[in-house]
Structure formats: C-alpha cells, structure tokens
Design a protein around this ligand. Sequence first.
Ligand SMILES: *Cc1c(COP(=O)(O)O)cnc(C)c1O
Length: 431
Amino acid sequence: MHDFRYVGKKLFCGRVAVESLVKKHGSPLYIYSQHTLTDHFQKLDHALAPLDHLICFAMKANSNLAVMRTFANLGSGFDVVSEGELRRVIAAGGDPRKCVFAGVGKTELEIEFALRKGIYCFNVESEPELLRINRVAARLKKVAPVAVRVNPNVDAGTHAKITTGTYENKFGIAFEQVEGVYARAAKLKNIRLRGLQMHIGSQLTEVRPFALAVKKVLPLVQKLAAKHHLEFFSIGGGIGIVYQPALASGDAAWWKTSAAKKILTPQTYAAALLPLLRPLGLKILLEPGRFLVGNAGILVTRVEYLKRTGRKNFVIVDAAMNDLIRPAFYDSYHEIIPLTKKGGATISSDVVGPICESGDYFCKDRPLPKVGEGDHLALLSAGAYGFVMASNYNSRGLAAEVLVNGNKSALVRPRQGLEEIWQSERVPGWM
Ligand SMILES: *Cc1c(COP(=O)(O)O)cnc(C)c1O
C-alpha cells in the first residue's frame, strides 16, 4: 500500500532513511514516495483496463509539479478547478487536452484561458455558467465542450465537509433538472455536449454509495448519450484510503483482519462498477485525488517541548495546523510514529503545534511512545490535502517538500524563506 516502513529501528521511505532527509532539509518536511504514486495510479488504471477510460488526477489534492509530472508521465489527465491549476498542469508537462475543468465559480477569464488551451471538457455546475461559457466561446469563435455535473442526491455517508452529492450541497445540477438543461444547451451554438459528470464526495470507504449513484444516474446517461451523442461519463473521485494505524505502520497481520477485507481497493471498486459501466459503451472518466496521493506522503515534525498540565501530556511539535489543517478542519486521524522506533510503555498524549489556536492539534489523548525534545515524528498519510492547504498563518513559512524514488531523493520545493511571506506587501505612501 505504501513505501514507509521501519528497517531495524529507523523509518525509511523506499531505500532512504527519513532521518537523513530531515538532517538535510530540516523540519517540518513533507516527503512523498514516487513509487507509491506510480503504484496507486497503475493499480487503478489496470483495474479499469476493460473500459475505455481516462484517469484525471484531481490535482487539488496535491499539486506539486513533481507529483503531477509523475502522473502526466503515466498518461494521466487532470481535474482542475481554477486557471492556476490549469497553468500548473502546463508547467508540469501535462496535457490540457486531457483536462476537465470543475468548480461552481468559473470566471470569464478562466473560461477563456481554458478554451484557448483546448481542454477536454468543462464540467458545468449551473445554467448561468453554461450561458457564460457559450458567450465566451462565441466571442473566441470556438465551440466549448461541456458536461453537466449531475447531483444525484445520494448521501456518500462521509464527513459533512466532504459530502458533495446531496441537495444540501452547492455542487452540480439537480438530477430532475438535467434533461431540461441538456435540451436547452443543445440549442446553444457554441456548446458541444460531450458528456455527463458526477462526484458524490470524498473519502468514501465503501463501494456502495458509488454503485448506488451510478445505478441512479445510469438511465439518464443512456438517454442523454443517445439523444446528444455524448462521448463520456465521469464518475468523479472520492475513493477513500486507510488512515488507521495497523496498516500505516506496515503490520502484515493486519491485512488478514476483517477490517482489512472491507478496504475499498481498486479491485473492489472496479468489480462493483465495471458491470454497470461496460454496457454503456461510453468512455469513462475518473477523478481520483486522495486515493492516488494520500498514502504516498508523510509530514515529518520535530518535538520541541514536552509539557504536562494537570490532566494532559502535550507533545509540542514544530509543525502546525498551517502545515496540515486536516485534523482541525475535518477531525481527521493521522497515524503518528517516531522516526526511531521506541519500545516500552506508551503515554496518552496530545500532539500540538505552536499556533495560537486550540484547534492546532494533530491528535488528542492518543497512546504514543515516549518521545523527548529533538526527536522526530512522522504524520502518516499526509500526501492528500496536506501541503496544498498550507498557509502562512502566524507568519510561518511553508514547509519543504521532498520526492523519493528508490534510493534517490530530491527537494521538489524548498522551504519558504520568511521574507518571502511578506515580500509582495506594501505599506501605503501616507504612512
Ligand atoms: C475534490 C474532487 C475530486 C477528488 O476527490 P478525492 O476524494 O480526492 O478523490 C474529484 N472530482 C471533483 C469534482 C472534486 O471536487
């Protein structure tokens, strides 16, 4: 599943000791395994081989150029949500013709840029957006390829902040309205109806909601495909990953447990969806984000202080919510392990960052091995929605990022210098 494991007492990524990377590049430090990136892409790609398909990596999960180049070299397309992301695809050597453009708020400038670059499709989230795309395309004397994002109103059963496929959400066009929208879109001169898209949420750990949503939308796709000569159906992203301990620490026995058998693997996913999708005869697009990058990355942090209050043991580290906001934002679990394996008793600990917010924590009341000042900890499965959500809150510089491949490693983003944080700010002349 991933590439981080203890060799003797030391945590390795591939054949590189994580400690050696921290010595070289400092902390906090994001480390990605290229082997895992490739492995996960290929597993999904192979599982879907019976279908004419295209994987469009949802790059909002991790948009480092080296990560993106890895996928581009494997033939991946990209799911982009802004002009900045499309420009990143180009910078990373990806192909705009394999890009789909999602998001509820596409501006005229973004639409124009994407049209000029010849993207594969706009995933349209409202009728006003459709009209706007038609208008911009007319001005540029182009025909814009579009798909409507259908909201199937299926509850993905995941965290509220990452559920997107119910009528409580801002995303997509309601299932019942989609046919009408296609009929009206078909009359727009500068629109080409190319497909239908859906995406019901993120971190789905069971295949059932995916299958339910596909089953619900299937008759609609068939009807629209026949009527409007659609080329593709996109089933979105959302494949969940394992954040839980036994797996992350590479415990082989864990794989035999009943929890392990329930994991949403590419095989389970494909086995449930292939029989539904194959008869369609359409090209199938997927937009996985987390699945491709989540387990491929860790965040390494240094223990600065141990602090005991009346009730609690705090491990204060040099990474913070500005580096990895998932625990604060989504109540997420990340396994935390020392770079040097420790024996002995565990101690119930809160691992917290230095930021002046109570939400600045990585875990609460968790049994952890005893660590001391200067030790390093790794937060596992931090490759998705990690660095990309980092901010300069508390005027903290952005962490460095390293990519490992076998025995090679490369700094793929240097640590941000502190002056860089405010270099573009100006104090007005009247002061
Ligand atoms: C975020 C997003 C994805 C990727 O979601 P994951 O859970 O990371 O796979 C795919 N499609 C759309 C439209 C998204 O917004």
